[in-house]
Design a protein around this ligand. Sequence first.
Ligand code: NAI
Ligand code: MG
Length: 380
Amino acid sequence: MTEKKKRSDARYKIAWLPGDGIGVEVLEAAKMVLDKLQLNAEYIHGDIGWEFWCQEGDAFPGRTINLLKSVDAAMFGAITSKPVKAAEAELIPSLKGKGLTYRSPIVRMRQLFDLYICLRPCKGYSGNSLNYKENIDLVVFRENTEDLYAGVEFNPVPLELAVTLAKLSKPFSVFKDLAGDQYAISTKINTRKGSERIIRAAFDFAKKFGRKKVTVVHKANVVRATDGLFLEIAKEVAKDFPGIQMDDANIDAMCMWLLKNPFNYDVLVAPNLYGDIISDLCAQMVGGLGFGCSGNIGEKLAVFEPTHGSAPKYAGQYKVNPIATILAAKMMLDWLGEKSKAEVLEKAVARVIKEGKVRTYDMGGSSKTLEMAQIIAAHL
Ligand code: NAI
Ligand code: MG
């Protein structure tokens, strides 16, 4: 599932979604590298992000959704997300009277296109002074559509929900006399289907790429219903992969063990929130947000992006590190079945890091975003 079936007629259609802030800059850098690789592709711009929310009340307009229905893959920069309540939206002139609230377009995109795998390879390239330790090579499979990110949330809590919870749940009954505006509820929803397919994807990947172990991350001792289900399904799926070792760990302990000895781990699989947490931890061990790349992968579409956001404080300065996005482009090449181009690109990135002549600010240098793209392109 981490690779699309190759088309023989390949002139790829790639949606190009820069978004906000540094998203624009890092995507410009990635395009320089893809152009040098002469990927036979048509890149089609799509509107997404904060600006479109302010202008038209939709950060992920219908025209962009339609574009994504027609492409082979997409590259996405980053968006600015702000928790805007309906009352605040009233203060934006173009949104006045529309009663809108803001929802992150990337979370919507993942759900709408059922991009259920969030694949985050965390590989430390040799010679990167930001590596926590040399030779770290971890792969995180994060469930991408449900769990605490399902979007089923209440603040204030409607009376009928409070009454039902008080009736059905003993621990909750102590809160039953609270007014609905005195607490909030965010639900954690994990389905059998959603859990099984991400766990299976992690095991399939381990088998295909000769990885030895899959570690299931959860908190089943406390969050018994949802994480209990996740762990139970993992044990069932593991039986189909006798050559691969499975183990499991609580999310809190996992953070500690990962720092203590990252070499004890190989492929990690987790529900959405824990996956989000450990992938940032793993990204930091291999150089930080400037190196963290990510693929949101479904049956029909895959969207590749750096894991970082729009970094408003650096927007317009062309100083951030584009390597995360260039590695996301490498993941896209893998997904498209363009193995040799993917390999050449990864080697070029590795050489540039090792040589250490061009370094962006996070790497202790003063090179600009596009200088980094140029030197990588020159190594292709
Ligand atoms: P951020 O990831 O945008 O930036 C945090 C800090 O990390 C930056 O200030 C910078 O010091 C560093 N950084 C990020 N990318 C870097 C790069 N390529 N090279 C070097 N250093 C880099 O996170 P922040 O500031 O918490 O959020 C800014 C906005 O981005 C928010 O509106 C947030 O909601 C949004 N966001 C969007 C994401 C997405 O589009 N997928 C993901 C995370 C945050
Ligand atoms: Mg995150």
